[in-house]
Design a protein around this ligand. Structure first.
Ligand SMILES: [Zn+2]
Length: 300
């Protein structure tokens, strides 16, 4: 495990802030990373030491089940319901098998969740032209079939980098560094989705898109890793505080360790990063972000 302390900001996160983790995969039935503490102790730590809230997110029908059960037991934790996207790993057949279950949940269990997502486009995990087209078509379908529910959306958007170029079609527009952003904004506009109902989870740029999306009215969610890694911090410069949310994407996006196991309480590192970039007090950032989150998810 490598440490990137050299890129970390020179302030410590404050401990007693009102914080909100808008996106965590918590608990995780089969975590990608081995937990350093039990989920119950992470939960207790969050609520004993912090005045705040967190929201857990499913990304498929597979992990929906126990997250739903978990949020039924822990009433102060909220849920967003996501679905699979076609990728190099899951073909359209698998996605279609899950789709009716996903639609059934979002239609018929409206009182049990506060948002739809995560779902979206990932051109890193979808490298061929056909999979990318399927992702776009499926994204549009999910928006069309759920927009009447008037729930906020938590989007996963990962543009292709130079390493993700589709080798068979190197000049295709799908390889552009901001293609996913462009097509998503286009679809959302065509479908009449209000920008203030959309959160760009773990916003990954490109940099000029931060202020651009904020100006359109979208919410940008800042991961805890913005504390220790410049590339995440860059994306929030010029984004006004009233468009920002914070998240951990636990167990991913550790504040400063590459590959470290992350926990919702670490969302205070995202607050510290925003405060540092904007030269503001952490308390002021924390209060405003919590207010933004409550408004966005319509929670008290
Ligand atoms: Zn996530």
């Amino acid at each position: 495990m490598s440490y990137r302390k050299n890129e970390a900001i020179p302030i410590n996160p404050e401990q007693e802030l009102p914080i909100v983790d808008c996106h965590a995969h918590f608990p995780d039935k089969e975590p990608y990373r081995k937990p350093t503490h039990s989920y119950e102790s992470q939960y207790e730590f969050f609520f004993e030491k912090h005045n705040g809230q967190f929201i857990v997110s499913s990304s498929s029908y597979y992990n929906y089940d126990y997250l739903h059960e978990y949020t039924q037991i822990h009433e102060e934790i909220y849920l967003t319901v996501g679905c699979l996207k076609p990728s190099d790993r899951y073909g359209m057949d698998v996605v279609m098998e899950e789709h009716p279950h996903f639609i059934d949940i979002v239609e018929n269990k409206r009182d049990t969740y506060v948002g739809i997502g995560e779902f979206g486009l990932d051109f890193h995990h979808g490298k061929t032209q056909s999979i990318r087209q399927e992702q776009i078509d499926y994204f549009k379908r999910v928006i069309q079939e759920t927009k009447h529910l008037n729930k906020p959306y938590a989007l996963h958007v990962r543009n292709a980098t130079q390493r993700d170029v589709d080798q068979k079609n190197p000049n295709h527009e799908f390889n552009q560094r901001d293609f996913c952003n462009k097509i998503i904004v286009k679809i959302l506009e065509e479908e009449g989705i209000k920008p203030e109902k959309v959160m760009w989870h773990c916003f990954s740029g490109p940099q000029e898109w931060g202020p651009k999306l904020a100006k359109l009215g979208y919410y940008i969610s800042v991961p805890s890793s913005a504390y220790g890694f410049k590339r995440w911090r860059r994306n929030i410069s010029g984004v006004p505080l009233d468009r920002l949310l914070t998240e951990t994407d636990s167990c991913f996006q550790h504040p400063f360790k590459m590959g470290g196991f992350n926990t919702p309480a670490n969302v205070k590192y995202a607050v510290a990063a925003i405060a540092y970039v904007n030269d503001m007090k952490q308390q002021e950032v924390a209060e405003k972000v919590l207010e933004n989150a409550r408004k966005f998810f319509d929670i008290s």
